[in-house]
Design a protein around this ligand. Structure first.
Ligand code: FA5
Length: 338
């Protein structure tokens, strides 16, 4: 009797596993456990006619097998039910138009490319306030209240609070960051800036910059050059060259104007690069000792370089946008190209 029961269990389990529809499963259920002619039901019914010893052994095993089989059937039933629900669809249902998902703004895209690049060089990304105090935007950067450099960066002031203004550059974060985290420190600071500009194809009243700096015990101009070259080649390809020419910024000494090989004519000279073969994309230099002092650092102990990229300009070059104002006006027709 024991062999008959084990053989039944093997066959029944295999039959359950082989079913692919709920109808097939019900047929297996009836064949083994059906109330009238189920194979196991019949065996259980005949247990009473066995000897006392056989009744004890076969009876308890037959009941165990019944429970095992019921469990296997229930599990299979659940699985087949799920599968049949998954594949049920209404072929008469009307097709809905595909939802529009939008894309990341080109300035966000370029900012993320740069953040990844700088993270690889060990720079941390920081952000700071757009409504800034005059001190961090100008004075801490060695631009006194009557300094002519202020004329180049006129901005929007807060009525009755002339010491508060919309920041004109992300350089406003330099002293804030160094005061907060100390040196050595390498950081980039992307963000929105504002200037009181007469807007044209290259100038907006609201635009994006990314400042960066590295301050440590022996940071030199060579490191600045290396970082800027690696950055330009990462963005515009390995043949890109960087040209640095002297430029005055009150917060760096020496200061430079950084240009890269024109991405449109590859250095041959065209209308966009005014036939020079180069396009201006950043300002940079060695951090002025007065700025280090404002950051509570000793210029005898620490030196550093700083650079400021026009993120808006970089995005225009990378994606071939000819008018800066297109980037601010939120036109879906324009933005969905990116
Ligand atoms: C500065 O703003 C300096 N803070 C950069 C700097 C940082 C120099 C650290 C040295 C060390 P500048 O005013 O040149 O410099 O602006 C830098 C870039 O911002 C420009 O090359 C340009 O790409 C972008 N930019 C400036 N004004 C506008 C504007 N109105 N619209 C769009 N982009 C602008």
């Amino acid at each position: 009797m024991k062999e008959i029961l084990e053989d039944l269990l093997t066959r029944a389990t295999a039959a359950v596993a082989a079913t692919t529809t709920l109808d097939e499963l019900e047929a297996v259920d009836t064949a083994f456990l059906g109330r009238k002619q189920g194979e196991l039901t019949n065996i259980l019914r005949g247990v009473k006619d066995l000897s006392v010893e056989e009744k004890r052994i076969a009876g308890s095993r037959a009941n165990e097998i019944k429970i095992e089989l019921e469990t296997a059937l229930a599990a299979r039933r659940e699985l087949l039910q799920e599968q049949s629900e998954d594949t049920t669809f209404d072929i008469s249902e009307p097709v809905l138009p595909r939802a529009s998902h939008g894309t990341l703004h080109p300035i966000t895209q370029i900012s993320e490319i740069l953040e990844k690049f700088f993270a690889g060089l060990g720079f941390t990304t920081l952000s700071g306030p757009e409504l800034e105090h005059d001190y961090f935007n100008f004075e801490a950067l060695h631009i006194a209240p009557d300094h002519p450099a202020r004329d180049m960066q006129d901005t929007f002031y807060i009525k009755d609070h002339p010491e508060w203004l919309m920041r004109t550059h992300t350089s406003s974060m330099q002293v804030r960051a160094l005061r907060e985290y100390g040196a050595p420190l390498a950081a980039i600071m992307p963000g929105r800036c504002y200037r009181n500009e007469a807007t044209d194809v290259r100038h907006e009243h609201t635009f994006h910059q990314m400042d960066g700096f590295m301050v440590g015990p022996k940071i030199s101009f060579a490191e600045l050059k290396g970082v800027l070259l690696a950055l330009a080649q990462h963005l515009y390809g390995p043949d890109t060259e960087v040209r640095l020419r002297p430029k005055f910024y009150p917060f760096v000494e020496p200061g430079v104007n950084g240009e890269v090989t024109c991405v449109f004519c590859k250095g041959k000279g065209c209308k966009l690069c005014k036939h020079t073969g180069f396009l201006e994309v950043f300002g940079a230099g060695m951090i002025h000792p007065e700025v280090l002092r404002a950051a509570n650092l000793n210029p005898e102990e620490f030196s550093g370089f700083a650079f400021g990229l026009g993120l808006t300009r970089l995005a225009m070059l990378k994606y071939g946008v000819s008018d800066v104002r297109l980037l601010q006006n939120s036109s879906v027709n324009f933005l969905e190209q990116f």
